[in-house]
Each structure stands twice: as C-alpha cells, then as structure tokens.
Design a protein around this ligand. Structure first.
Ligand SMILES: C[S@@+](CC[C@H](N)C(=O)[O-])C[C@H]1O[C@@H](n2cnc3c(N)ncnc32)[C@H](O)[C@@H]1O
Length: 458
C-alpha cells in the first residue's frame, strides 16, 4: 500500500473530524482488492457466533417397521422403541441465524462432523417481500389467514426492514455460516427468482468464490397467471456452488425427444408408449421443465410456497449419496426433508414459522408411514427448539461489551421491540406515561416484556 503524504493528511483530517472517508480509500487502504464487489449499507464480514442451547421438544420415531426392529435391534431401546444409537434427524424451530451459529460453534457440530459433515444444503429463502409469514393456509377444508408471531415479525424486519440492503445482509450472514458447516466435498443450491437473483449470485461469489460456481439451473413451470405487458415470468433460478472443487455429482439423465434421427444409431432410441414419440436418454441440462405444486397435485400440503418433490429429487440424487447429511435451513413445508428421507439421506431442517414446523412434522410422519407400508426403513427425527433462549437473545446483550455500549444496545433493542409491537397492533407511541407505551382508539396500551406470549398461533 503506497499512500502519498497528501492522502495520509487527508485521511487523518477526515478521521479527526469524525467524517466518513471518501470512496477512493476503500481501494487504496485494503490489501484485498476485489475488482467487482457487491456493497450494501451495513456490510460487514462479522458473522454471528452465539451458541444457544437446543431443547428437545419431541422425539418422533413411530411407526417402526417390524423388519427393521429385528434386523437392527441394537439401534433401538427394546422397551420404548426409541432410537438410542446413530444419527437422529433434526427439525429445528427458530431463527436460522442463531440455529446455524449454534450448530457451528456448539456441541452438535461434533455430531454433524461424525456423519461426514453437511454434504448438501438446499435453501429457498423468502424472496418475495411480504410473503414471508402472514399467509393463507388451508385447515380442515377452510382457508384461514395466519398472522405472523413476534419472532416472525422480527425476522421479517431483519429480512425486509431496509429493503434490498437488509435482505442481502440477512442472506450473506447465513450463507457464510452455512459455508463453514459444509463438508469439503459439499455443495449448496440457493433457490431464488428475478427479484433477488442478481444480489444472491454476487453474495455467493463473495462467500464461496467465483471459481466455486458450478451451475445456474433454471426451473421452468407453467402455473400462475401471465401478464400481457411483459413476458410471463415462469422460471426460478437455482445457483449451485461447491465448497471446494471436489463436489459430489452423480450425473442424472433425462429424455430428449427426437426431431430428427441424423447421427444416431437405431439402438439409441426408445419409444414413449403414451405418445409414440422417439426419445433417447441424455445427461440432464441446466434447464428443468417440471410442474409446480398446483391445487390438484397429490403432494400438496397446503403450504403456500411449497416446492415440488421432483425438483428436490433431482438435486438430492445428483449432489449427495445415500447416508449423507442433507440440510434445508428455510425448510417451509419440509419438501427437502421428505425427499431426503425417501432417498435414504439423513437430514436437518429448520424454520422460524410454527406453522412450517407443524406442517413438516405432519408430513414426515406420513413419509415414515409410507415407507413402512412399502417395507422400507426410515430414521427417527426430533423436534428441537431454540425459542425460549432466542427470545432472551433479542433482549440480551453481549456481556463482553463496554458498559456504555451495552446500555446503548439495550436501549435500542427495547425501543425496537416497543416500535414493533406498536406497529403490529396499529397503536401510536406515547411518551408521557411510564406504565403505558402507546395508545389506540382512545385507550392506553401497556406492553409486556419480549418473552411474554402475546399473539395466538392463528
Ligand atoms: C419460500 S419458503 C420455503 C418453502 C419450502 N422450500 C417448501 O418447499 O415448502 C421460506 C421459508 O423460510 C422461512 N424463514 C424465513 N426467514 C427465516 C429465518 N430467519 N429463519 C428460519 N426460517 C426462516 C419461512 O418461515 C418460510 O417457511
């Protein structure tokens, strides 16, 4: 780094006046000169390193197959049927930032490493502003609107509070944590669409390195309306990156229907019995034409952003092997978990939404039942929660900080929490009372501490 005397004086002048340095110094001051870089308000390389304890809420290992009980007796406690040895799949309820940092820095890391590490991560983060936690869900044939809970509101603000900036910060930190948890030969698929694809690609380049980009898969579908004032938006993107250059890849084949026969031997062709058309089997391309989950689809579980199992089947078959550990930290209705289980992979799923956890739980029990009926084996899973401690985290402060900074952060967290509750309930803030923090429709509003349950599930 060679700075002129003038530049050094200029930098000193800015620092002494407490002013931000001019843009040009970003490239002069630091060794790591990236030629192309995504910069956003609040960009930092720091990632969360908090470790919170997981609490086991439930262990789900029924129904067991009689066959498996006889063959693998030592894996099970003979009185309760509970799996006592080996890996237990994990469905974790909580904010994935805290989940990831607790997995990375806490005792479960060893368990993950013992399975060979995370070989495959698929994530489908929220990329449609406003469609995160408040959603219409079908329950018993009725459509109900599920409102966001407090932790969901906080996550929503974390993701969209400052528009694209906050989405990028949210995804950057999580991807950095996921990268550290991945096995060396692991890979990650990040699902997104036109709203955030440009940002996501650049963040992935930064976290994994441009040279670790393996594919950009286009998923084509037909469902939903079409606009007359532009091309109908009918595809999503999936970016595939490897942690190293030794990623797992089992090539998949697909049908290629023949328009002509030049250059092919007759033995290359097969006939589709339904259409009578000729096709040959070729290595799959990076454009996948697969139906999305429509209202008539048998696999539909009533979760608005549910992705098709066929999509996850391709991903999991290609980028992992049987017995490998597969994870989805934005698991929604648990599509990745259901497919992983059917394909004999171990899994970790996480979601912040209670409804997502309920849906995945129910879906996985059905998968266990289906596998039992088919005479196949399955793994137990446990539902873990970070919630109790997570709420404390939102109001807790790092004890290592200086007193002044701790007080500043605590005040800010309390203010943010009060603002959040007031806006969620459409109340106005009031300053003149100690016991009341807001007013609504001529009445005063008192807000309890953050760890008090204040919203119902539906
Ligand atoms: C697009 S959906 C995933 C749908 C899923 N692929 C499926 O097939 O059902 C995104 C999910 O991310 C979850 N989510 C959003 N922010 C989160 C966070 N900070 N931590 C954990 N989950 C989060 C939402 O609750 C939602 O279920």
């Amino acid at each position: 780094m060679k700075l002129t005397d003038n530049e050094i004086r200029d930098i000193r002048k800015h620092l002494e006046a407490g002013k931000p340095l001019p843009e040009k110094y970003r490239f002069l001051l630091f060794d790591d000169k990236r030629e192309v870089e995504l910069v956003w308000n609040g960009k930092t390389n720091e990632v969360c390193n908090i470790v919170l304890p997981f609490q086991v809420i439930e262990q789900v290992d029924e129904p067991r197959s009689e066959k498996e009980q006889k063959l693998n007796l030592e894996l099970f406690d003979q009185h309760t049927g509970r799996q006592i040895k080996g890996w237990t799949n994990k469905l974790i309820w909580g904010d994935n930032k805290l989940i990831l940092s607790s997995l990375k820095n806490g005792p479960l890391r060893q368990e993950i490493e013992a399975q060979g590490g995370l070989k495959l991560i698929y994530i489908d983060p929220p990329f449609d502003v406003g469609a995160d936690f408040s959603m219409d869900v079908e329950i018993g044939g009725e459509t109900l609107t599920k409102r966001a809970g407090i932790l969901e509101e906080l996550a929503y603000r974390d993701t969209w509070g400052k528009g694209a900036d906050s989405f990028i910060s949210m995804i950057y930190e999580r991807l950095a944590l996921m990268r550290d948890l991945m096995a060396d030969n692991g890979s990650i698929y990040v699902h997104c669409d036109w709203r955030v694809d440009g940002y996501v690609r650049m963040v992935l380049d930064e976290v994994f390195g441009r040279e670790r980009h393996i594919n950009e898969v286009i998923w084509l579908y037909k469902t939903g309306g079409a606009s007359k004032d532009r091309w109908a938006r009918k595809h999503d993107m999936l970016f595939l990156y490897g942690k190293s250059d030794a990623w797992i890849f089992n090539p998949q084949k697909e049908r290629s229907y023949m328009m002509h026969k030049y250059g092919f031997k007759k033995s290359d062709f097969q006939i589709d019995p339904e259409t009578g058309l000729q096709y040959s089997m070729v290595y799959s391309r990076d454009v996948w034409d697969l139906p999305s989950v429509g209202s008539e689809t048998f696999e539909r579980v009533g979760y608005p952003t549910q992705k098709p199992e066929a999509l996850l089947e391709r991903i999991i078959k290609a980028s992992s092997n049987e017995g490998d550990l597969v994870a989805d930290f934005f698991c929604g209705s648990g599509t990745a978990m259901a497919v992983a289980e059917k394909l004999n992979r171990k899994w970790i799923g996480a979601d912040l939404g209670k409804f997502a956890i309920h849906t995945t739980r129910k879906r996985m029990i059905n998968v266990q039942r289906q596998l039992k009926q088919e005479g196949k084996s399955w793994r137990a899973f446990e539902i873990l929660n970070l919630g109790k401690y997570e709420r404390q985290h939102y109001i807790g402060i790092n004890p290592d900080l200086r007193e002044e900074e701790r007080r500043r952060q605590l005040d800010k967290k309390e203010r943010d929490f009060l603002d959040l509750i007031l806006s969620a309930y459409h109340a106005e803030p009031v300053a003149q009372f100690k016991a009341f923090q807001g007013k609504k429709a001529g009445r005063l509003v008192a807000i309890g501490p953050v760890n008090l349950p204040v919203t119902a599930f539906l």
